[in-house]
Write a protein that binds this ligand. Structure first.
Ligand code: SIN
Length: 283
């Protein structure tokens, strides 16, 4: 792909690029937005350094790429505009999201992409890892690929958030409320990317609870194989944050993992999540 308005540097064979020459706090020209979209499709996750964004500018940035998702049902949210999610660890151990996942796959139409800004990072650690689910699919053996074509899986908000919420006072009530608001969703195990047409593996350890067409033990065994495969370092990059870094990733073909290796130190990120479409698989 040829880029005229942004400078693009690939980070690894399967995914990731640094983008330079763009100030994300500004209203972006149409050509720049189009090139960032193209780069997202080509690389899966984009990194922008030294972005000085207010909360309002962060929200506006997300709006230039689509409709923003409703306020996150569990994370804290910005008081003025709750579509801005606050992901903060401060003196707490065992926070959630330290599992490989793609954002909000328990929804009917999970997110297209998320834009994360680093506001406060630990002295060391607190990296985020990203993995290409195209590469995970491409490297499966042909008989397994064939078998996955006809399978669908359940995605459960309880699987992701249940344990952390139940540790809070009144946690069980919160879990039941969430389950009512977000009933189990079924998505195909393989997802056709709606823009690139490529196939991605679409199960994640945080939210995918069961393969519908298999017995419980078969489902458990196959999911274990697929989670292990999708988490191989071969398909990953690791981003070491600086304050002011922005990462923009495509939730339709990547997964990510926030490393919780910084004890009680303070880490503060803001995220906006862009609404996507209902996953499908096309032969
Ligand atoms: C997320 O899972 O969206 C947050 C990732 C991070 O905090 O690094």
């Amino acid at each position: 792909m040829n880029y005229q308005n942004i400078s693009v540097t690939r980070r690894s064979p399967h995914l990731g690029a640094f983008i330079e020459g763009v100030d994300l706090s500004a209203q972006l020209p149409g050509e720049t937005i189009q090139e960032i979209r193209n780069a997202l499709l080509e690389f899966g996750v984009l990194f922008f350094r030294n972005q000085d964004l207010s909360e309002t500018e962060h929200i506006h940035l997300g709006e230039q790429f689509g409709t923003l998702d409703e306020p996150h049902p569990v994370f804290d949210c910005n008081q003025d505009d709750p579509r801005l999610t606050i992901i903060e660890s401060k003196g707490r151990a065992g926070d959630a999201e330290h599992y490989w996942h793609s954002d909000v796959t328990y929804q009917v139409a999970p997110s297209l992409g998320s834009i994360l800004l680093a506001r406060k990072i630990p002295e060391s650690g607190g990296d985020t890892l990203f993995a290409s689910m195209y590469a995970a699919y491409d490297t499966l053996s042909e008989p397994i690929k064939k078998m996955l074509e006809s399978l669908t899986a359940q995605h459960s908000i309880e699987r992701g958030w249940g344990t952390a919420l139940r540790m809070r006072p009144n946690g069980e009530k919160e879990v039941q409320k969430l389950k009512e608001a977000f009933p189990l969703q079924t998505h195909p195990v393989l997802r056709t990317h709606p823009e690139t047409g490529r196939t991605a593996l679409y199960v994640n350890e945080y939210y995918t609870s069961r393969i519908n067409e298999l017995s419980e033990s078969e489902s458990e065994g196959l999911l274990r194989i697929l989670f292990h495969h999708s988490q191989l370092p071969d398909f990953q990059i690791r981003h070491h944050w600086q304050v002011g870094d922005v990462a923009f990733w495509d939730n339709r073909c990547t997964q990510h993992y926030a490393s919780h290796d910084y004890g009680a130190e303070h880490r503060l990120m803001n995220r906006v999540t862009i609404v996507g479409d209902q996953p499908y698989f096309k032969h």
